[in-house]
Design a protein around this ligand. Sequence first.
Ligand SMILES: O=C(O)CCC(=O)C(=O)O
Length: 267
Amino acid sequence: MGEIDPAFIQETEYRPVFKTIEADEEIPLIDLSVSTPSDTKEVVSKIGEASKKWGFFQVINHGVPLELRQKIEKVAKEFFDQPMEEKRKVKRDELHPMGYHDGLNGYFKDQISFARFNHYPPCPAPHLALGVGRHKDGGALTILSQDDVGGLQIGRRSDGEWIPVKPIPDAFIINIGNCMQVWSNDLYWSAEHRVVVNSQRERLSIPFFFFPSHYVDIKPLDELINEQNPAKYKEFNWGKFFASRNRSDYKKRERENIQIDHFKASE
Ligand SMILES: O=C(O)CCC(=O)C(=O)O
């Protein structure tokens, strides 16, 4: 195991504290298999509750074949096992600030959703570093596949306590992004999350970020606002918001990254 890249070392206040969490503090696990309309109603209600309380949940019986997922994980591992000069051919840049990339965008008309392959090598100092620092996802929704190593933690909505997301075989993790929080006028929660690293094992995760088209303006849905529940956000353009985030992620600016809170109606 080599030296730790100083870019991953966190300020003291952001370093992870490793502690045991009670079972009832885990994010909800939702079984998507339904056979009657009342099952569907129940699943919809569970998704709504989880999106309010946590902004995160895991799903099983989602219909994605396990073999497909295993194939993708195998190819990803083959990619990360290559020599550095091969990987550098798809090195990050200002348009793709978060790591090796390839242009999937051509496959999705008019919008910029994409998948990312995250590889976390074993780290000699997991108490000093984070694999991915705390952040909220900007888009509509993220679907994440993780292997069995673990490391993802989410900030609990009620008090910000970091709660680990337990790896569950063949489950996908779903989390609410910033756009969904604004559309729902703060009913659903876009939770902060981060990734702690492991001193012994490498980890692979594959998030798929669902983004709106770049020209979409984001604001609370008309159906959800009225005199008693006025809009909590001013309208903003998704493409500009995303571009601004990308630029500051890439340059690691000192200033705080753009956040939906900057569009709060009261500000
Ligand atoms: O690796 C994970 O579990 C989460 C990754 C993540 O939050 C990201 O890529 O933005």
